[in-house]
Design a protein around this ligand. Structure first.
Ligand code: MSP
Length: 509
């Protein structure tokens, strides 16, 4: 069984399109694994401690519980409308999670890697962490929050990372596939060229109330990252197959959080005597149009709920899957709508024209055809390309390759129909009967193959096509992505429009 995780998101605001991005990709990985016969345990959730949440709760006027429950519901409802099949929704305020965090703290404390000392440093309230001068921009601001850090002097607990640096460097070098794409492994290796400073893992309760109390000093709560990272272990803690899950674990994330995941987290695990996560998959950022960071004040924030209401879930899922990259990608409501239109012209058009042709010339019954060499080759070619794309999806680049292979397959079959002109064959019946039957069968079987391969990315669209073809959901497996499996004699249903015309032209800004 495979274990797939997303970062747990800060619920101080509403979910962002970036949260939707990683969570969709995780869902695609889960569905592909299932189609390849591999069970998956998929987690996502919220990171409910820390100063930022505390401030948001105070501002809301709600009780802590009410605020957090509401936000967890907002995130869950977005993930439900995105058809995310998560198996467990993490909440870091859950007792079971807190217990495991405290176990980590206690054990690492007992092993001598946590020390108490007075520290004076520059603290960024946005990052909730101490910064070095070299982390700041030329104006002395935190580059991520554009704010000057405040000087904080206090006694705190520190986790000694340096004793683990050589081990971590070796681990990365010996496991070139550990962090994907490799570019980010190089970035981590660069960070590991300098000695690692001790990591401040406590915050005095006087300053931060919302956190997990240190089991060895109740005047402190732990640093939010120490708490959050442990979710990956606490979520499977009670599972009988947790060791097997951990050996097949994959953490997904944006490039902003590789340092905690690829430096702090493996070291925390090592200090506990545990193995690092099996794989880390990293994607770039979504930016507003022209590559500008999304921000409410610029007005270029893309609201995932609004996008779903306009173009539906599948167009957004396919947009993300096609474009996923280690580089930043620009998104706007306009380019997602354009993508919807591309899907309508490509998949939508193929579905509708194929079904209409079958209706017109065969009264919706799949013919018992002897395939021509050309038709047989086309089916073999698209099934080979899609089944090999499906079999190799283990990282983000391969999700994009699958998505592109799907668009390519639809284009090929669309140009095949235009080239073969079944309507002309129909004018020369009966001598063209075999050719027409072969062509119509090829169209319907292509649709079947494409719909199965589309399922992990655009499950609703895939199910609609398969439903039209009277194909059972149990047949959605990679094994069925082979040519000529559609049963002759089946009466297909009337095709519905997969991508209806949009009510308002949202391409106009
Ligand atoms: N709570 C921490 C993560 C703890 S995991 C142990 C956190 N939360 S977050 O709400 O800021 O979410 C960060 C993650 O959300 C990113 O790593 C990425 O997966 C996703 N994204 C949020 N905004 C994004 C973009 N604009 N673009 C792409 N993904 C981004 O960090």
């Amino acid at each position: 069984m495979k274990y797939v995780t997303t970062p747990i998101y800060y619920p101080n605001g509403d979910p962002h399109i970036g949260h939707a991005y990683t969570t969709i990709l995780g869902d695609v990985l889960k569905r592909v694994a299932n189609m390849n016969g591999e069970d998956t345990f998929y987690t996502t959730g919220v990171d409910e401690h820390g100063q930022k949440i505390q401030a948001a709760i105070e501002k809301s006027g709600l009780s802590e519980q009410e605020f957090l429950d509401n936000k967890a519901d907002v995130f869950k409802s977005l993930f439900d409308s995105l058809d995310i099949q998560y198996d467990f929704f993490v909440r870091t305020t859950a007792d079971k999670h807190i217990k495991v965090v405290q176990e980590f703290l206690q054990k690492i404390y007992e092993s001598g890697y946590i020390v108490k000392k007075k520290y004076s440093g520059l603290y960024c309230e946005g990052c909730e962490m101490f910064k070095r001068e070299s982390d700041l921009d030329e104006h002395g601001n935190c580059p991520d929050h554009q704010k000057k850090p405040i000087v904080v002097e206090e006694e705190n607990y520190f986790f000694r990372l340096e004793p683990f640096r050589d081990w971590l460097v070796e681990h990365i070098k010996n496991n070139p596939e550990w962090i994907q794409p490799k570019y980010f492994a190089t970035e981590i290796l660069n960070m590991l060229k300098e000695p690692l400073e001790d990591l401040c893992i406590s915050r005095p309760v006087s300053r931060v109330k919302m956190g997990v109390p240190l089991p060895f000093d109740d005047k402190y709560v732990t640093y939010i990252w120490f708490d959050a990272l442990v979710n990956y272990v606490s979520s499977i803690y009670e599972k009988p197959n947790k060791d097997q899950l951990w050996a097949n674990s994959v953490h997904l994330m944006g490039k902003d959080i590789i340092k905690p995941h690829c430096i702090y987290w493996p070291i925390m695990l090592k200090a506990m005597g545990l193995e690092p996560v099996h794989k880390v998959l990293v994607h770039g950022f979504l930016t507003g149009e022209s590559g500008i960071k999304m921000s409410k004040s610029i007005g270029n924030v893309v609201d995932p709920v609004k996008v779903i209401n306009t173009v539906g879930t599948d167009a957004l899922r396919m947009f993300m899957s096609t474009n996923v990259s280690d580089r930043d990608i620009a998104v706007s409501e306009r380019n997602i709508t354009e993508f919807y239109q591309l899907m309508a012209n490509n998949i939508g058009n193929l579905h509708m024209r194929s079904c209409k042709l079958l209706e017109k010339y065969k009264s919706n019954v799949v013919p018992d055809a002897k395939l021509t060499d050309e038709d047989s080759q086309l089916l073999t070619q698209i099934s080979n390309s899609l089944s090999s794309a499906l079999k190799s999806v283990t990282n983000f680049a391969e999700i994009s390759a699958l998505s592109n292979a799907l668009l390519q397959a639809c284009s090929e079959v669309n140009s095949y129909v235009s080239r073969k002109e079944p309507w002309s064959m129909a004018k020369r019946l009966p001598e063209t009967q075999d050719e027409l039957d072969s062509c119509l069968y090829t169209l319907m079987d292509s649709l079947r193959i494409i719909a199965i391969a589309l399922y992990p990315i655009a499950p609703n669209t895939a199910k609609k096509i398969l439903d039209t073809l009277q194909i059972d959901q149990a047949d959605i497996t990679v094994v069925n992505v082979v040519p000529a499996k559609l049963q002759a004699g089946v009466q297909i249903k009337e095709a519905s429009i997969l991508f209806p015309k949009l009510a308002v032209d949202s391409t106009e800004k």
